[in-house]
Design a protein around this ligand. Structure first.
Ligand code: CMP
Length: 141
C-alpha cells in the first residue's frame, strides 16, 4: 500500500554535507519527497518529538544532539514507505547496521546516527503531523 513516513537527516549528516547523497538513496528506492523543511530545532521541539523516550537514559544526550545543528526533515511517500525507509537506514547503532545502509555509510555512533525514521504507520502519522500541516504535503504531479 502507498504509505508516508517521516524522515529526519540529523545534525551530523547535515554537517557532513550528505543531504543529497541520502536523498539519492530514497529516490533510488522509489520513495518520493512530498514535503521538506530545514530547521534548527528548539529544545522544546526536540523534547516533544522524542517524548516517548523521555524516561530513557539516553534522552538528554539525544535532545542535546538533535539541537546541536540544523536538521533536514522530510515526508517520504511510496509503497511500504515505513519499512522501506527503515531498511535503507539500517540498524539504530551503526556498528550493527548492514553494509550499504545509510547508517553504516554515514553514521558515527548510536547517538550521531545520521537519520531518524518512523517505526510504524501509526507513529508516522503522528510524527508527520508534528512538523507538517496537511497542506504542506504535495500530491504527485
Ligand atoms: P532515532 O531513530 O532517532 O530514535 C531515538 C534515538 O535515540 C535513536 O535514533 C538513537 O540515535 C538514540 N539512542 C541513543 N541510545 C540509544 C539506545 N540505547 N537505544 C535506542 N536509541 C538510542
Amino acid at each position: 500500500a502507498l504509505q508516508r513516513t517521516l524522515s529526519i537527516i540529523k545534525p551530523d549528516a547535515v554537517a557532513k554535507n550528505v543531504i543529497g547523497a541520502i536523498y539519492q538513496r530514497f529516490e533510488q528506492a522509489g520513495l518520493r519527497v512530498v514535503a521538506a523543511r530545514m530547521r534548527h530545532l528548539s529544545r522544546a521541539e526536540a523534547e516533544g518529538f522524542y517524548a516517548v523516550h523521555r524516561e530513557r537514559p539516553f534522552f538528554k544526550a539525544l535532545v542535546e544532539f538533535m539541537i546541536s545543528g540544523p536538521v533536514m526533515i522530510q515526508v517520504l511517500e511510496g509503497e511500504h514507505a515505513v519499512q522501506k525507509h527503515r531498511d535503507l537506514m539500517g540498524a539504530t547503532d551503526p556498528k550493527q547496521a548492514a553494509p550499504g545502509t545509510i547508517r553504516a555509510d554515514f553514521a558515527d555512533s548510536i547517538d550521531a546516527n545520521a537519520v531518524h525514521g518512523s517505526d510504524a504507520d501509526e507513529t508516522a502519522a503522528v510524527e508527520i503531523a508534528y512538523f507538517f500541516a496537511g497542506t504542506d504535503l504535495c500530491a504527485r504531479a
